[in-house]
Design a protein around this ligand. Structure first.
Ligand code: MG
Length: 154
């Protein structure tokens, strides 16, 4: 068994889509970044890579490389899952906490859970999607994601 942990944050910017867990959410701002800014998929990717002591997401997909501009972060996740399988492991479950002031994630949590489960090839009841508003940490213009994963031998 292996455990992995990933963390990511992105800044809100006006005029771009907000993509979290591969789902575009209705909001007046999106998350900036070289790719699509999907803070949740980035943290899941890093958790998977960390669990196999692999290189991190920034090493595999450098922000300086123009081919990742606007990239669908599902590509990063797929690469991490491929590496997990190549090392002889499979994902058992993942748990996540999103920290953002707005929009409220609750109404979209089921949709995000379903999509992340599909991307990861695990049952929906093996994907935890939790969200909190930032209290006293002055991060209202950012979205933060924490993720843990458990891997088992295939
Ligand atoms: Mg990121």
């Amino acid at each position: 068994m292996r455990i992995g942990y990933g963390w990511d944050s992105h800044e809100f910017k006006p005029g771009i889509p907000l993509v979290i867990g591969g789902i575009t959410l209705p909001h007046d701002k999106g998350l900036g970044g070289h790719s699509d800014g999907d803070v949740l998929l980035h943290a899941i990717t890093d958790a998977l890579l960390g669990a196999i002591a692999g290189p991190d997401i920034g090493s595999l997909f450098p922000p300086s490389d123009p081919q990742w501009r606007g990239a669908d972060s599902a590509v990063f996740l797929a690469e991490a899952l491929k590496r997990v399988a190549a090392d002889g492991y499979e994902l058992v479950n993942l748990d996540s906490t999103l920290i953002l002031a707005a929009p409220k994630i609750g109404p979209h949590a089921a949709t995000i859970r379903q999509h992340v489960a599909e991307l990861c090839g695990i049952p929906e009841d093996c994907v935890g999607i939790k969200a909190k508003t930032p209290e006293g940490i002055d991060t209202d213009n950012a979205a933060i994601a924490h993720v843990t994963v458990l891997l088992a031998r295939r």
